[in-house]
Design a protein around this ligand. Structure first.
Ligand code: ADP
Ligand code: MG
Length: 658
């Protein structure tokens, strides 16, 4: 559709009525506009004059597509406005109209230049071009040195000129000025009227609304309105008086496809506004941020602590061996003496397919002496398989062999701490003689350190001697092992091995005069407990994240309420619902992204402090990314509702806000 023929009025109102109240609103119905017919042609300079309350502003809002009539038709350039969608109306407001409001309606937090730029943002004008045009317009209107002033740093007349510049930013084909001089002293008022006259001379269609007949008299056509009806029109029956120039007509077909700015530019713009909003409300933003920061940091730290505890247990399972069972003689539950575990019993156990190794152990605290130093040390007598069963390497020297065990060789391997105790100044004690009980033993090796995290640190205090030498030279009175370490073929075989061993020994002994302990099962149960603890800690932390999200929602709701008028201004200058939605969502997301990032940093910091205090903590990138994304998602979810509320606001209602 091209613009209609030149003789078609730009604005054609027929039978326009506007009613407020009634219909169950609790207030009596009042009809503010009562059947208006009005044609305005392109290039006219019209004043609508009437006393206060006669319906002028209502008419102006209808003309500018900020409001819809209760009845009657409005054709803009031949197109029925009632048939236009929300986006097309936004396009009209942006491209066709420029509003100059009585109360200026500038955004208080933005500079003069930025206020002038607002309509161009929604038209998608590139940033530098926008800034240049805004500066040029403000310069032309006599404010070249006030570009960066906020509205509260400008006089009334200057603010009104800023709002005229804003009306012209996108071309301002039709300037709608509602009492533009109403709040100004007479001199500033005269200047503003002179400006409007210049614009009319340059081809803009100018519609001024005023209660002041002197002001109205400066227009080329004066329409008088009283109690919602037109009671006089200076152009009645005459041809419209047009200025010499005319601006090209708008192509209404563009309304349907007008895209506005690119997505990236939109988001950048929204982020800029959002950032400013956050800075201006530092205290409130800070508190909201705190909620998110605490939520994210606690999720990260809790999960790291839980994971640290779990991995420690897993590590213990590795060093203790998950496939290990302990066998010892016990008095039977039915009463009677404890059984004997004979070498034949152990051979039979070792022959079971589910079992890999059988390691009989004798161990007791014995006085061990080196030179003049003596101390009680746990002397661990077992076969050469001990390092294999416990997954425990030798750090220095070597372990004794099966042959040496058979030969009753008096050899000893020291635990890490035992080495330090007896030979504090000798890094290499190999070849030294220790007196264990009354027998000399030669040091041939030192075991690697098991350390505090292994769950078997007291092994570091022990010394290790061959089983047979131990029985022959130290534990002469011992008739059977203190206990037997049994290694199953694999950790999956632990339970079958336990069952098979029990059945075998029952059949050999005829009664349950032995006991079997299962270290792997105990550790696995412990690991499972830690796991569920991790999950619980994580859940608690997640709840705090949700609380942070509710904080975001609260702040966003307050922001929307506080900034209703700003939303109205943005809509009046052409913002679409989706622009408003995007702006408020961006604010919510910006808060949560900032909070999330600070939270991640804080979580890592706390974890580092914990590590410094040797708390086992394992940071996981997944947990960090998860917590961060959750925070952002929370912002989106909880920011959406207030943002939607803002976007749904009716432009007139929003403008009247505050
Ligand atoms: P003017 O601009 O000529 O002073 P308005 O158009 O602002 O007049 O208002 C005309 C009448 O409509 C007034 O009596 C006013 O009280 C009433 N009015 C305006 N807006 C509303 C509204 N949203 N709800 C109810 N009455 C309204
Ligand atoms: Mg008014």
């Amino acid at each position: 559709m091209r613009g209609a023929a030149p003789n078609v009025p730009l604005i054609a109102l027929r039978g326009i009525r506007k009613r407020y109240g009634g219909n169950g609103s609790g207030r009596p119905q009042v009809e503010v506009l009562r059947g208006l017919d009005l044609d305005i042609h392109q290039g006219e300079f019209v004043a609508v004059v009437g006393s206060s309350g006669s319906g002028k502003s209502t008419l102006m809002n209808l003309l500018g597509c900020l409001d819809r009539p209760s009845e009657g038709s409005y054709h803009f350039d031949g197109h029925d406005v009632a048939s236009l969608g929300a986006d097309e109306l936004a396009w009209l407001r942006r491209e066709a109209f420029g509003f100059v409001f009585q109360g200026y309606h500038l955004i208080a937090t933005e500079s003069a230049r930025e206020n002038v730029e607002v309509p161009a943002i929604y038209a998608g004008m590139p940033e530098h071009e926008r800034a240049q045009r805004a500066a040029a317009l403000l310069g032309r209107l006599g404010l070249p040195d006030k570009l960066e002033n906020r509205p509260n740093q400008l006089s009334g007349g200057q603010q009104q000129r800023v709002s005229i510049a804003r009306a012209l930013m996108n071309g301002g084909r039709i300037i709608l000025a509602d009492e533009p001089t109403g709040a100004l002293d007479s001199k500033s008022g005269a200047e503003v009227m002179a400006l409007l006259r210049e614009l009319a001379d340059a081809g803009h269609t100018v519609i001024v609304i005023t209660h002041d007949r002197e002001v109205a008299a400066q227009a080329r056509r004066v329409i008088e309105i009283r109690d919602g009806e037109i009671v006089g029109d200076s152009a009645q029956g005459t041809a419209p008086i047009l200025s010499g120039q005319t601006l090209p007509r708008l192509d209404m077909a563009e309304a349907a496809q007008a895209g506005g700015a690119s997505f990236a530019a939109d988001v950048r713009e929204a982020a800029r506004t959002a950032w400013r909003g956050m800075r201006l409300n530092r205290a409130r933003t800070g508190l909201t941020l705190l909620g998110i920061v605490i939520g994210v940091a606690s999720v990260i730290v809790m999960l790291a602590i839980g994971e640290g505890a779990r991995q420690r247990v897993v590590q213990q399972m590795g060093t203790m061996g998950t496939a290990i069972l302990y066998l010892g003689s016990r008095p039977p539950p039915t009463g009677g003496p404890a059984g004997m575990l004979t070498p034949e019993d152990l051979e039979a156990v070792a022959a079971l397919p589910e079992i890999r190794r059988v390691l009989p152990v004798i161990g007791d605290p014995i006085t061990v002496r080196y030179g003049s130093a003596d101390r009680q040390v746990y002397v661990f007598a077992a076969s050469e398989e001990m390092p294999l069963v416990h997954h425990w390497p030798v750090a220095l020297g070597r372990y004794y062999t099966d042959a040496e065990d058979h030969d009753l060789a008096p050899l000893v391997v020291l635990g890490h701490k035992a080495h330090r105790h007896f030979f504090p100044d000798t890094p290499n004690p190999l070849g030294k003689q220790l007196l264990i009980g009354h027998s000399p033993f030669e040091v041939i090796g030192v075991m690697a350190e098991r350390g505090a995290d292994s769950g078997a640190q007291d092994y570091d205090d022990m010394v290790f001697i061959p089983y047979r030498a131990g029985r022959a030279r130290v534990y002469q009175v011992q008739t059977q092992p203190d206990y037997v370490v049994v290694e199953a073929a694999s950790s999956a075989d632990v339970l079958p091995a336990e069952r098979a061993m029990k059945a075998l020994l029952l059949s050999r002994h005829g009664r349950e005069d032995f006991g079997i302990g299962n270290a792997g099962a105990r550790l696995q149960a412990e690991a499972a407990t830690r796991q569920s603890m991790t999950v619980m800690l994580g859940l608690i932390a997640a709840v705090s994240l949700v609380v942070g999200g509710i904080g975001v929602m609260n702040v966003m709701l307050m922001t929307v309420r506080e900034r209703t008028r700003e939303i109205g201004i943005r809509m009046a200058t052409g913002a679409r619902q989706r622009d408003i939605l995007r702006q408020f969502l961006t604010e919510a997301v910006l808060v949560t992204v900032t909070g999330g990032a600070v939270g991640v940093a804080l979580g890592v910091l706390i974890a580092a402090v914990l590590i410094a205090f040797t708390v086992p903590v394992v940071l996981s990138v997944t947990a960090m990314a998860g917590a961060f994304l959750c925070a952002v998602a929370t912002g989106l979810v909880f920011g959406y509702m207030p943002a939607k509320t803002a976007a749904r606001l009716d432009p007139v209602v929003a403008l009247a806000g505050e």
